[in-house]
Design a protein around this ligand. Structure first.
Ligand SMILES: NC(=O)C1=CN([C@@H]2O[C@H](COP(=O)(O)OP(=O)(O)OC[C@H]3O[C@@H](n4cnc5c(N)ncnc54)[C@H](OP(=O)(O)O)[C@@H]3O)[C@@H](O)[C@H]2O)C=CC1
Ligand SMILES: O=C(O)[C@@H]1CCC=N1
Length: 268
């Protein structure tokens, strides 16, 4: 894989949980060469320092931003205006703004920046080059700039309408946490059935890894389930009990609905 050819810098604004994951993913997948990377962060972060050691620039003088072709906004939804304001005077008119923030509408960012905007909703799995990312933009060039920055580290899923981004935030950005919570519940149920807490957690984590490996084959989920569930066996008994309890669908619906409502509230 060759690194992107220096046709302009990429600026990462915010190097917290997701920003660090994006940075690690870019470097691991050679999406962005360190010399093309500019990181804006109010405090020192291990991922930014690791990138600096490879040649990335951290908090350079504003003039350096003039060479930016893309700016990825990875700050909290409440902070983006104050984070963007000092950068704007230095950015070329052609710089594309890419928001990975939940809830913030592209139109608000476009209005404040007078630049083209794309929205991406990734998972932190981008750090390992194994994320998923929903993508939307009204602007073809902005969409393709964003796609190029995420395609090596995520399965990029195009959305037809920006309004779908809130559901995608629930089913992608937030969902790994929902799944971890289910795995935690599985481990607790294993303890109830006599496993030590250490054995229960290792087994449940291993089950998550196995499920992830199955998901990565691209086989339909029904086929993945059927491969594990021997007729009349333990899995079938467990699946039937889950269906009878009815809790799994309700829990998933409740989690997705609540996350969508929260994204809508953030957008105002
Ligand atoms: N975490 C996740 O899995 C996902 C998060 N998102 C979205 O990503 C965004 C960031 O979330 P997350 O990483 O979890 O949050 P974090 O709080 O971990 O990171 C936000 C970062 O923004 C930095 N920051 C604050 N003000 C500025 C500024 N003026 N200039 C530059 N950086 C600034 C903070 O720096 P400091 O630490 O120094 O205060 C902090 O490190 C959110 O909008 C969220 O909706 C989307 C998908 C998944
Ligand atoms: O919890 C949040 O608000 C962010 C957005 C998706 C994942 N984390």
């Amino acid at each position: 894989m060759s690194q992107s050819s220096g046709n302009g810098a990429v600026v990462l604004v915010g190097c917290g949980r997701l920003g660090s994951a994006i940075l690690e993913g870019w470097l691991a997948t050679e999406t962005v060469a360190p010399a093309e990377l500019i990181i804006v962060t109010p405090s020192q972060k291990p991922a930014a320092e690791a990138a600096r050691a490879l040649g990335a620039r951290v908090n350079p003088h504003g003039a350096a931003l003039a060479e930016a072709r893309a700016v990825v906004l990875a700050v909290k939804p409440a902070n983006w205006r104050e984070a963007l304001r000092p950068l704007l005077p230095h950015l070329a008119q052609s710089a594309v703004l890419i928001s990975v923030m939940a809830g913030v509408r592209a139109g608000e960012i476009a209005e404040a920046s007078t630049r083209s905007v794309a929205r991406v909703m990734p998972t932190t799995g981008v750090a390992q080059g194994r994320g998923v990312a929903a993508l939307w933009s009204a602007d073809v060039e902005a969409r393709e700039t964003a796609r190029a920055l995420f395609a090596r580290m995520a399965d990029v899923v195009d959305l037809e309408r920006e309004a779908q981004m809130d559901a995608a935030t629930a089913v992608a950005g937030s969902a790994p946490a929902f799944i971890h919570a289910f795995v935690q519940a599985l481990a607790r149920a294993g303890e109830t059935q006599g496993l030590s807490s250490e054995a229960a957690e290792r087994l449940a984590r291993g089950a998550l890894r196995s499920a992830g490996a199955g998901a990565e084959t691209g086989e339909p989920l029904e086929a993945l389930i059927a491969r594990i569930a021997s007729p009349g066996g333990t899995t079938q008994a467990g699946l039937e009990a889950m269906a009878a309890a009815g809790d799994l669908d309700r829990a998933a619906e409740a989690a997705v609905e609540a996350a969508v409502r929260r994204a809508q509230a953030i957008s105002g």
